[in-house]
Design a protein around this ligand. Structure first.
Ligand SMILES: [Zn+2]
Length: 506
């Protein structure tokens, strides 16, 4: 007897189709799983055999061979338990073979025959839909994830016995109601909003410019200046995620097992904070079975690195590839896993080791100590930062200031308008935002008038700017002009761009 059931595996953030084939034939009794499988898949043998027994099915005394095809991509995870059990039952004629045609199945089995949740259900259902499948059977605990994919019927099951009943037409499980639009329309409010930030005019303005051109920024300020709050507010001034982006970001969280029934779709731009003690794997992803790291969980959102001088050079080095390419490539088992990592980076640092500089009454660091501290963030990492903004301690006057600070919504409207200008400007050029311009693009899109050119030259000479700093200033000036809706870069924009950088970035 032979039977085949469709299931799926995960490669990077995409699902791929796996055909679970079972053959039961006479011969020496045995139960083998073949087809380039990881150790969890090999262990499925014992889980499936016991779950079948505890559901009331005795395996035939025969040779049972399971093959997971295609044989050239490694299959990992525990989601193959349920399809293996069903294909065995189909060979035993407990389930009609036709009932399993064009059905996608995934789920882990407990020894008692319960169907347990599995990681990566969302990208797998998206893949099944692309393959033209119209019916999916998944663990009930993953049903909220399944309910966000449109135009496919998703049946949640909680036990092997219930699955057999469903396929035999003996039980009335309804497909989950699609909730994609509900999720998209509700809960887009951000927890952190610029209305919560009083004072800090320079930092607010810097954050707006950074969001408008998607520039990475370094925020320097003493402890208690609200650097973290400022960073947390930035996702709220970026344009809302599109439906496709929501699904793409959610797929990454699904693979990580980080979606819940309360939060099955990521509808807000992510904010991910990484600490200096984070391991390389938790930062950029990896592991024996590659999993996404912080840079991918921050995809389409913000990655925040607090106390950046505390990060080891090695950690900062590992961030270089994701920052430059917008993706992480991990090679495993002759295969390459690609995780997207297109994020905006916000790094924060104290102005000196004690944190109080330039308040010389409190700062206990000498010049040498300060220089050594900030030099830790020099080099290639700093090259990726376009802006450096100063956050100051909030004063009493700030807190008592009249009027409400401007809300994120109002700032977001200006940011979206600036993004629209950039989209039109860069159409067909392969880049999207001012921050992505190379030197050639800068020469093409940031041409200066006679007066502006003279001003730039004067500033560059006075401040002994390197060529790199010069180009960086022009990129930021381009964004400032876009925010003002100006076609040409103005003198005011140049002056503001120069004001917004600190000595650290020269
Ligand atoms: Zn100090």
């Amino acid at each position: 007897m032979y039977c085949s059931v469709m299931s799926g595996g995960i490669r990077g953030i995409d699902g791929f189709s796996v055909s679970v084939e079972t053959d039961v034939s006479s011969g020496l009794p045995g139960f083998d799983i073949v087809g380039f499988v990881g150790s969890e898949v090999k262990e499925a043998k014992d889980r499936v055999r016991t779950a079948l027994k505890n559901t009331g099915y005795m395996l035939p005394v025969a040779r049972i061979t399971i093959n997971l095809s295609p044989g050239d991509i490694k299959k990992t995870g525990t989601g193959f338990d349920l399809p293996i059990a069903l294909s065995v039952l189909s060979c035993m004629e407990e389930i009609r073979a036709e009932a399993l045609e064009d059905v996608f199945v995934a789920g882990e089995l407990s020894l008692s025959g319960e169907v347990c949740p599995t990681k990566g259900i969302l990208p797998m259902i998206m893949m099944a839909k692309r393959c033209g499948i119209r019916k999916c059977i998944i663990p009930a605990a993953n049903s909220a994830e399944g309910a966000v994919v449109e135009d496919i019927r998703v049946y949640p099951v909680s036990s092997l016995a219930q699955t057999v009943d469903l396929l035999s037409g003996n039980c009335d499980i309804k497909p989950v109601k699609n909730r994609l639009l509900t999720h998209l329309h509700t809960g887009k409010q951000y927890e952190h909003d610029f209305v919560q930030i009083r004072g800090q005019e320079t930092a607010r303005r810097g954050a707006e410019i950074a969001a408008a051109g998607l520039h990475n920024i370094l925020v320097i300020g003493p402890p208690g200046a609200g650097k973290t709050l400022l960073a947390k507010c930035i996702p709220s001034i970026l344009p809302p995620l599109s439906k496709e982006e929501c699904l793409e970001v959610s797929a990454i969280y699904s693979i990580k097992g980080a979606l819940s029934s309360d939060n099955p779709l990521i509808v807000r731009r992510p904010f991910v904070a990484a600490h200096s003690s984070s391991t390389d794997i938790s930062l950029v992803g990896g592991g024996a079975v590659p999993r996404p790291g912080a840079v991918s969980l921050a995809h389409k959102g913000v990655l925040f690195l607090d106390e950046i001088p505390e990060f080891s050079r090695r950690s900062l080095e590992t961030l270089r590839q994701p920052l430059e390419d917008g993706k992480v490539c991990i090679t495993r088992n002759r295969d390459i896993c690609v995780f997207p990592s297109d994020f905006m980076l916000i790094a924060a640092a104290n102005p000196c080791p004690c944190g109080h500089y330039p308040d010389m009454n409190k700062c206990t660091c000498d010049e040498k100590k300060r220089a050594r501290y900030l030099s830790k963030i020099s080099g290639p990492f700093l090259d990726r930062m376009d802006l450096c903004i100063q956050a100051n301690k909030v004063t009493c006057a700030d807190l008592q200031g009249s009027g409400m600070p401007e809300s994120s919504e109002a700032i977001r409207d200006r940011v979206i308008a600036a993004h629209d200008i950039q989209r039109r400007r860069f159409k067909g050029s392969g880049i999207q935002f001012n921050s992505q311009m190379g030197n050639r693009d800068i020469e093409k899109y940031c041409s200066l008038g006679r007066q502006e050119s003279a001003l730039m030259r004067e500033l560059a000479e006075k401040q002994e700017m390197s060529a790199r700093t010069y180009y960086r200033m022009l990129k930021v000036a381009r964004t400032i002009s876009d925010l003002a809706g100006r076609e040409h870069i103005s003198e005011e924009a140049i002056l503001e761009a120069v004001r917004l950088k600190s000595r650290v970035l020269i």
